[in-house]
Design a protein around this ligand. Structure first.
Ligand SMILES: Cc1cc2nc3c(=O)[nH]c(=O)nc-3n(C[C@H](O)[C@H](O)[C@H](O)COP(=O)(O)O)c2cc1C
Length: 262
């Protein structure tokens, strides 16, 4: 059972790939959270592998992933193999440790953990990579994925291959809380004249925080996955004045339909 969260398809692609190689079903964390509000309870088959795959936001797992793991409950857990993969543009700080600590509190043990560099989607600060760099990152990611599939298939224990970056402790313990406190504001999102009201932003919003009434209107529950701004087919969505000239990113192996939140 592979639990995933994804804004622009990188993490969904990774989860799908590992799921196919290991014949494990995928479970969308965003769909689970949006459809239930108390506990998330799953019954495991014997020997079932458990995975958590998500993007890195400010050197930590997204708030929604943390919230989900805190309320997660397994029936029939018998020391099942647990792994995690964080997709990122560059590095992940201590995000894997955050996941490991959360699992420990539930008497679950993380057996292996990885980061995979993939194209960046955070166009609010910075821009997308050039097409060349994007291609290089995607090709390199395939090699890392092969390695992860080998580790997971053979239930290898104690394999942690993580690009943590410089001063990972500070990045995760200082920047991440700041980002969650100050960086999730939706006031600057707006749609331009070329918005057709197609509704893709509403149906791919991980927080079900957008309502399209001719044009999208944002509520307050955002976690900045940036699905809305990156997946808009008309590039009509902007954040303040800084994103008009910037690129947009969607993982090329994933289609928008797969990104829709049930
Ligand atoms: C709000 C936000 C914050 C991000 N912070 C980081 C970061 O701290 N380090 C990093 O390497 N990439 C960071 N990224 C880039 C994403 O982690 C990366 O592009 C990821 O693969 C996107 O996955 P997805 O397509 O499944 O949403 C950030 C992206 C967003 C939207």
């Amino acid at each position: 059972m592979i639990f995933y969260f994804s804004g622009t398809g990188n993490s969904l692609y990774v989860a799908k790939n590992i799921g196919e190689h290991n014949k494990e079903e995928l479970v969308s964390i965003a769909s689970a959270i949006n459809n239930k509000d108390e506990s998330y309870e799953y019954t495991l088959k014997d020997g079932e592998i458990i995975g958590f795959v998500y993007p890195i936001y400010a050197w930590a797992p997204p708030k929604m992933v943390i919230q989900f793991i805190k309320k997660l409950k397994f029936n029939n857990y018998k020391n099942n193999y647990i792994f995690t993969v964080a997709t990122c543009g560059e590095n992940v700080g201590n995000a894997i440790k955050v996941i490991s600590n959360l699992l420990n509190k539930k008497n679950l043990t993380l057996k292996s953990g990885f980061s995979i560099q993939m194209p960046n989607n955070y166009i609010i600060s910075g821009d997308v990579y050039t097409k060349k760099v994007e291609q290089e990152k995607l090709s390199q990611a395939e090699l890392v994925l092969n390695k992860i599939n080998d580790v997971v298939k053979n239930s290898k224990d104690g394999i942690f291959e993580i690009e943590k970056g410089f001063v990972p402790g500070i990045l995760t313990s200082v920047i991440s809380p700041l980002f969650n406190k100050k960086g999730l504001d939706t006031k600057k999102f707006h749609a331009g004249h070329n918005c057709t009201g197609c509704g893709i932003c509403e149906s791919t919003c991980n927080c079900k925080n957008i309502k399209v009434r001719k044009k999208p209107i944002w509520g307050k529950k955002c976690i900045q996955c940036l699905a809305c701004i990156n997946l808009c087919p008309k590039r009509a969505i902007q954040y303040g004045k800084g994103t008009e000239k910037k690129g947009r990113y969607k993982n090329p192996n994933i289609n928008v339909k797969e990104m829709m939140i049930k």
